[in-house]
Write a protein that binds this ligand. Structure first.
Ligand code: ZN
Ligand code: ZN
Length: 347
């Protein structure tokens, strides 16, 4: 099979690899399309992603839609020929976290296209891969491959919004107008948040946010930003989502939420410690919440994306063939003019 293998920083090679072996309870998937995630861009740019350093070359990609082409012993569902999205994170299913519905905290999680395990786990920038049957979710016929490959990042956004509790009629700020930030803004809006404000340093990204869904946008570097916050949200936002991965943005959000408000950290901030105003967190009773991947939201993400409440189509900027995986990753890394870049693999 054809695959795109990461050898190091800016070094992705198109290679023939042998087909993955099909084990019991697993299914063989032929990948239709796979999206490029911020983490794929990190691996491509640096050769590693925060604390995850690959110990051998591996295949990136975890945002996939695929067709079931063979099923292992013991698999009743999904059937051969069905189109599915795969939850790329497979937790153990037995530990306390898994049993409490928080499989994203399971220490035994195996993630497709990731060096979080040693050796790294191959991902979806290949013609075929295998997953456990329980990782598959059926895709409605009317949903396009482009939309279906957005389900994984939408699940990230959905989990983050749920971490904040109900956002109905809450004033929400999202820092970072990349694909995840915009998906968080769209989800918060679909759940009734108002206003939904998006901040980003890039004027073009602010324009996009405004054109698509945001009620207002702000430039976090502008001297008038604090006045804008007062105008839009009085004493501050009820909930702020940090989706830019910039330490400065996190610091700012702690000032821009109201007393009793919540800050949800979604962006990857690197491995360095960051000084924070802990006394302010105490005196103003701010909830600082982490949000990591997702747990049990794929079905909901599929229903949301299939509904008319939320349209992911405008986020898909470019689609390139697998043979141009390296170009696709460079394009996604350039960021200015693109949101989501996807790789087309099967028909
Ligand atoms: Zn992702
Ligand atoms: Zn577990």
């Amino acid at each position: 099979m054809m695959s795109a293998v990461l050898y190091g920083a800016k070094d992705v090679r198109i290679e023939e690899r042998s087909m993955p072996a099909l084990r019991p309870d697993h299914v063989l998937l032929r990948v239709n399309r796979a999206g490029i995630c911020g983490s794929d861009v990190h691996y491509f740019t640096h050769g590693y992603c925060a604390a995850f350093v690959p110990t051998r070359p591996f295949i990136l990609g975890h945002e996939l839609v695929a067709t079931v082409t063979a099923v292992g012993e013991g698999v009743h569902q999904p059937a051969i020929g069905t189109r599915v999205v795969a939850n790329p994170a497979r937790a153990c299913g037995f530990c306390d976290y898994c049993r409490a519905g928080r499989g994203n905290l399971c220490p035994k999680t195996i993630m497709l296209g990731s060096a979080s395990t040693n050796p790294p786990t191959d991902g979806a920038f290949a013609e075929f891969l295998t997953v456990h049957a329980s990782q598959c979710h059926l895709v409605p016929v009317e949903m396009s491959d482009g939309q279906a490959a957005m389900i994984e990042p939408l699940a990230v956004a959905l989990h983050a919004v749920k971490r904040a509790g109900s956002v109905s009629a809450k004033r929400v700020l999202v820092a970072g107008a990349g694909p995840i930030g915009l998906l968080v803004a769209m989800t918060a809006r679909a759940f009734g948040a108002t206003p939904v404000v998006v901040s980003d340093l890039e004027p073009r990204r602010r324009e996009t946010a405004l054109r698509l869904w945001a009620d207002a946008v702000l430039d976090p570097a502008s001297a008038t930003a604090p006045d804008q916050v007062r105008e839009l949200a009085g004493e501050g936002f009820d909930v702020a989502f940090e989706a830019s991965g910039a330490p400065r943005a996190l610091r700012q959000l702690l000032d821009w939420v109201r007393p009793g408000g919540s800050v949800v950290q979604i962006g990857t901030l690197g491995v360095e410690d960051i000084p924070l105003p802990a006394n302010q967190v105490m005196v103003r009773e701010i909830q600082l919440l982490g949000s990591f991947r997702y747990a049990n939201v794929f079905g909901e993400a599929i229903r949301l994306a299939a509904s008319r409440r939320l349209n992911v189509d405008p986020l898909v900027s470019r689609v390139l063939p697998l043979s141009q995986a390296s170009e696709a990753l460079s394009l996604a890394a350039a960021k200015q003019d693109v949101l989501k870049v996807q790789v087309q693999i099967g028909e």
